[in-house]
Design a protein around this ligand. Sequence first.
Ligand code: AP5
Ligand code: MG
Length: 223
Amino acid sequence: MRVLVLLGAPGAGKGTQAHVLARHLGLPRVATGDLFRAAVREGTPLGLAAKEYMDRGALVPDEVTVGMLLERLAAPDAARGVILDGFPRTRSQAQALDRALAERAAEVEAALLVDVPPDELLARLSGRWLCEAAGHTYHETAYPPRVAGICDICGSRLLQRDDDKPEIVRARLEKQLGALEDVVDHYRAAGVLQAVDGRRPIAAVTNDLLDCIEPVPYWRTHP
Ligand code: AP5
Ligand code: MG
């Protein structure tokens, strides 16, 4: 089982890169933020509980988040491995993941930190548009879609997230960056942390991430 963890502040580019890596590596992308948003849309008890935290820019409690993630990891399509996007977000989530993987004789292969300074994140999130069907990500000035309001990849409608309003973004950064540091420390201590400069263009960041995990350069396998 191949488990890669993408780490980064809100808006650092985790989702953008996770979609590309998932296609390239043939592994499912598992994003706890997407799982929560789906539960909110469906109005399930989990969604109602999570919404209260998401609307305040706070992390959803570990008891709720870990159970949801472990259930997703038990699905058949995750048997070969996963790209985790947005999980773990606390040291306790990281420890729970380690324990669950150890039960399957597996471990986190790499924790890849997409590093972007806080002053760039507000601009990224306030200009973000996501496709309704699959969450493919655009930015209204840096990475616009070919046709305004429509996803280049799957043709579905582009929407903005409720928590991308400037006041909620500020709360997300304020409340979540400390916990990110704890998770970074956890993986640094485990010897699997690698950081890339997330301020570079999207394709350059992708290549840097692939360099971290693939001994053979991408261009040699995709001439
Ligand atoms: P989640 O959905 O995970 O949000 P997040 O971590 O805040 O991160 P984002 O999805 O906002 O940013 P991203 O890093 O994916 O950036 P993106 O690629 O979109 O979580 C939402 C909420 O759910 C949390 O606040 C919390 O309440 C809850 N939650 C989720 N997981 C949880 C957990 N494990 N525990 C507890 N609570 C949890 O890119 C952003 C923008 O930048 C886009 O417009 C993109 O086009 C642009 N961009 C990307 N890369 C570049 C680049 N290289 N250069 C220029 N622009 C770029
Ligand atoms: Mg995301």
